[in-house]
Ligand binder design. Structure first.
Ligand SMILES: *[C@@H]1O[C@H](CO)[C@@H](O)[C@H](O)[C@H]1NC(C)=O
Ligand SMILES: *[C@@H]1O[C@H](CO)[C@@H](O)[C@H](O)[C@H]1NC(C)=O
Ligand SMILES: *[C@@H]1O[C@H](CO)[C@@H](O)[C@H](O)[C@H]1NC(C)=O
Ligand SMILES: *[C@@H]1O[C@H](CO)[C@@H](O)[C@H](O)[C@H]1NC(C)=O
Ligand SMILES: *[C@@H]1O[C@H](CO)[C@@H](O)[C@H](O)[C@H]1NC(C)=O
Ligand SMILES: *[C@@H]1O[C@H](CO)[C@@H](O)[C@H](O)[C@H]1NC(C)=O
Ligand SMILES: *[C@@H]1O[C@H](CO)[C@@H](O)[C@H](O)[C@H]1NC(C)=O
Ligand SMILES: *[C@@H]1O[C@H](CO)[C@@H](O)[C@H](O)[C@H]1NC(C)=O
Ligand SMILES: *[C@@H]1O[C@H](CO)[C@@H](O)[C@H](O)[C@H]1NC(C)=O
Ligand SMILES: *[C@@H]1O[C@H](CO)[C@@H](O)[C@H](O)[C@H]1NC(C)=O
Ligand SMILES: *[C@@H]1O[C@H](CO)[C@@H](O)[C@H](O)[C@H]1NC(C)=O
Ligand SMILES: *[C@@H]1O[C@H](CO)[C@@H](O)[C@H](O)[C@H]1NC(C)=O
Length: 619
């Protein structure tokens, strides 16, 4: 019964929802359908384009008027497999300021027709600035705008050299996939209200987070003739990408920022099945290697850090209607992951080349990975020195239960990872001893029963950095992140090559940041939760009808600034949208009581349950 294992997977294929009524579930569509599909979804010019967006807090901008620069304007037609689109970048000559407190990248795009969700990256001199996913167009057109705070790349952006700005967005345009992405990228430079001299004297701008500006950024992206930048492609579990680099001899702080996205056989890695199960059932064309992945970063052959990524669902994932118009958490601005590598500077400050390498445990084709090494230079000395004092890596611990009878099964997997390093660096700040700790845990349970597949995964990603600075005082920074993923999906075979698919999905991204690791309450907290429910009628891999609704609760609080948004959409319509940017009592109580008080998400009966003709009368 081949239909069995195809069905759970159906949910986990990138889907293209061309039009509410005529779409296709995956790439293996029949030729004959193409023409009817083509003729049935002509645009209605009287319907205005749909605005898509990801819910996130606004960037805290200064009141100064920014200088702006349109750095790239391009129509991404057939760009798949071609070189990235390049533009020359020069800091705008008409901008009279020299100090900026905020720099923002803005990506505005339109598209019309039908197209898949496409991943894209934006680089400057090989340093990645943004990883994102396009929205899928509709016949009447769509528009979306992404803004990202790129202040941390200031040293690059303010350089007087002419640099290469590059965007890779692999799109395919043909008779069926008609959507061309029309894109403008604009940079905004907000002048500082006061001179920023003071912050420069702080050790590594520590604690100021994304505003923290390194003096030099070394890219670890694919070597291109023009150093224009492109991600590495990691194709399997043994694939390792290595790059040699040399750092200046007066570095006193180093942070590696990792960009990561997962595609094709690993787009839904958290739902991949154990190999024993696949082998025992003679399954083919099913993504395996189980549901655990980690990006491993090594320096001269030693593991120095790991990234257990958040489960970003792209705009065509699970049921495309779930993400219209509110896209999935992280889909328009994928999270990046910082690894403090200051303790290892003692090994790197010898002026010699060193090797940084990237791999992905259990990887299937394909992971797009690159990284930026942010370096702080001692302006008062030509040479710093350092020593690694302690390095402790507890090997990945895995407990796993694989229990199945025929095609039905339950699978559990828990893993933990602990990496700690301590080292000192002597600079004009004195001797600063830094300790960096990554403490990660993961738990995944999966149930397969008939056509039902339930995935429940939680990642706890905790990292802390302690820097013993002689004066004025020590820095102890901690970030506690929790990534939740839950999917409950079922397929009801209707016969006649038609399947009725139901899926409930939960995505959660929570983070508590402590500028003082010993403090009892965090300096900032984010609770971001999305719950969606969708149905689709799929015939011969084509989505012939469907509807989905999503609710999201976003709550951010940092003591000075609060932002919360509760929003719900169904079938393109916003049902409610409540925004607050004042720190009211409710937000304060969340802040005080933390996650446990807020979780679980209060059940609301806001889901719509019967928007589609249900062939079985079940919904
Ligand atoms: C276009 O949409 C408008 C508004 O929904 C509707 O009145 C009109 O009949 C539609 N036209 C076509 C050709 O479908
Ligand atoms: C980009 O879109 C946003 C949101 O509509 C708008 O505020 C902004 O002005 C646009 N940018 C440009 C350069 O047109
Ligand atoms: C890009 O900029 C051009 C020129 O200002 C404008 O005509 C076009 O509408 C913009 N496109 C988008 C997607 O914002
Ligand atoms: C760029 O040039 C200006 C004027 O020549 C100078 O003041 C500034 O320091 C230079 N900036 C950098 C980053 O070299
Ligand atoms: C893994 O991928 C690399 C890079 O494409 C390739 O050279 C190697 O043969 C692959 N290994 C396996 C076991 O497939
Ligand atoms: C898998 O294939 C083997 C060899 O062809 C066969 O003996 C076995 O019965 C098959 N198992 C299932 C579950 O189909
Ligand atoms: C995995 O961890 C969860 C909760 O942390 C626990 O309930 C479960 O028993 C563990 N499973 C295994 C296989 O160790
Ligand atoms: C698998 O589960 C389905 C649904 O509960 C059931 O009908 C079927 O008999 C089960 N198969 C096995 C091998 O247990
Ligand atoms: C998911 O698993 C966690 C334990 O890891 C459990 O606390 C939670 O209730 C589960 N969620 C659902 C919806 O079953
Ligand atoms: C989805 O959730 C609803 C209640 O929220 C539940 O009744 C239904 O069984 C779920 N369906 C699936 C396929 O998970
Ligand atoms: C089966 O599909 C054909 C072609 O789409 C359609 O004409 C027919 O009505 C369908 N039959 C049932 C029972 O759904
Ligand atoms: C969804 O919205 C579209 C356009 O607004 C409408 O034509 C369609 O009937 C709606 N579908 C459902 C199931 O509500």
């Amino acid at each position: 019964m081949t239909s069995f294992f195809l069905n759970p997977l159906l949910h986990l294929l990138p889907l293209l929802f061309l039009d509410p009524l005529f779409s296709q579930a995956n790439l293996h569509h029949s030729k004959t359908f193409k023409s009817s599909l083509f003729s049935q979804s002509s645009a209605n010019e009287t319907i205005s384009p749909t605005l898509f967006f990801e819910v996130t807090k606004p960037i805290n901008l200064p009141t100064t008027k920014p200088c702006s620069l349109t750095v790239l304007q391009h129509d991404f037609g057939f760009t798949y497999g071609k070189s990235p689109v390049l533009a020359n970048y020069n800091f705008p000559s008409d901008c009279p300021f020299q100090e900026f407190s905020k720099i923002v990248l803005e990506w505005n795009a339109t598209c019309k027709g039908r197209q898949f969700d496409r991943i894209f990256g934006v680089w400057l001199s090989g340093v990645e600035l943004l990883r994102s996913c396009t929205a899928e167009p509709r016949p009447n057109g769509i528009f979306w705008s992404v803004k990202k705070d790129i202040t941390r790349y200031s040293s690059l952006l303010l350089s007087n050299d002419t640099q290469t700005f590059s965007v890779y967005l692999g799109n395919i345009v043909d008779k069926t996939y008609t959507g061309v992405y029309h894109v403008n990228v604009t940079l905004y430079f907000y002048p500082a209200v006061e001179k920023l001299v003071l912050s420069k004297e702080k050790w590594g701008d520590f604690g100021s987070d994304v505003d923290s500006k390194a003096d030099l950024i070394i890219p670890f992206s694919r070597d291109m003739p023009l150093n224009d930048g492109l991600w590495y492609e990691i194709e399997n579990a043994t694939d390792v990408k290595v790059k040699e680099f040399v750092i200046p001899q007066n570095v006193y702080r180093a942070v590696l920022e990792v960009y990561v996205s997962f595609h094709e056989n690993d787009e839904f890695w958290y739902g991949n099945l154990p190999n024993e199960y696949i082998a025992a059932n003679n399954l083919t064309d099913v993504a395996g290697n189980g549901p655990f992945r980690e990006v491993v970063v090594s320096l001269d052959g030693e593991v120095i850090g790991a990234v257990w990524p958040f489960t970003v669902v792209y705009t065509g994932g699970i049921n495309p209607l779930l993400w219209r118009p509110v896209s999935a958490i992280g889909s328009f601005d994928l999270p990046t992951y910082d690894i403090e590598i200051t303790p290892f500077l003692g090994n790197l400050l010898n002026g010699k080349p060193h090797k940084l390498s990237f791999s992905v445990t259990n990887a299937l084709n394909v992971w797009y990975i690159d990284a930026n090494l942010h370096l702080w230079l001692d302006s008062k000395s030509a040479k710093t020195e350092g020593k690694l004092l302690q390095y402790d890596i507890v090997p990945l611990s895995v407990t796993s239960v694989v229990d199945f009878k025929g095609l039905n099964g339950t699978f559990f997997m828990n893993t933990t990872r602990f990496i700690s390093s301590t080292g000192w660096v002597k600079s004009s700040f004195g001797i600063v001893t830094t300790k960096s700790i990554q403490d990660l845990s993961y738990s995944n349970s999966m149930v397969i029963n008939g056509n039902l597949q339930i995935i429940n995964q939680t990642i706890h990603f905790n990292d802390s950095v302690y820097a013993d600075i002689p004066a004025p005082n020590a820095v102890k920074k901690k970030s506690l992140k929790r990534f939740l993923f839950y999917l409950d999906s079922d397929d009801i075979d209707q016969g006649n090559r038609t399947t009725f698919s139901v899926s409930n999905v939960t995505l959660g991204f929570d983070e508590k940041k402590f500028n003082d690791a010993d403090a009892s309450s965090p300096s900032s907290s984010l609770w971001n939760l999305q719950k969606g429910k969708g149905v689709m009628v799929v015939k011969d891999n084509l989505v012939v009808s469907g509807v989905a609704s999503t609710q999201q609760s976003y709550n951010y609080e940092d003591g000075n600034f609060c932002y919360s948004r509760n929003i719900s959409s169904s079938n393109y319509t916003i049902l409610y949208d409540e925004v607050r940017n004042t720190c009211d009592e409710r937000a304060k109580s969340h802040f005080r009581y933390g996650l446990s008080r807020w979780w679980p998400f209060p059940a609301r009966r806001a889901f719509l349950t019967s928007h589609v003709t249900d062939p079985n009368g079940n919904l």
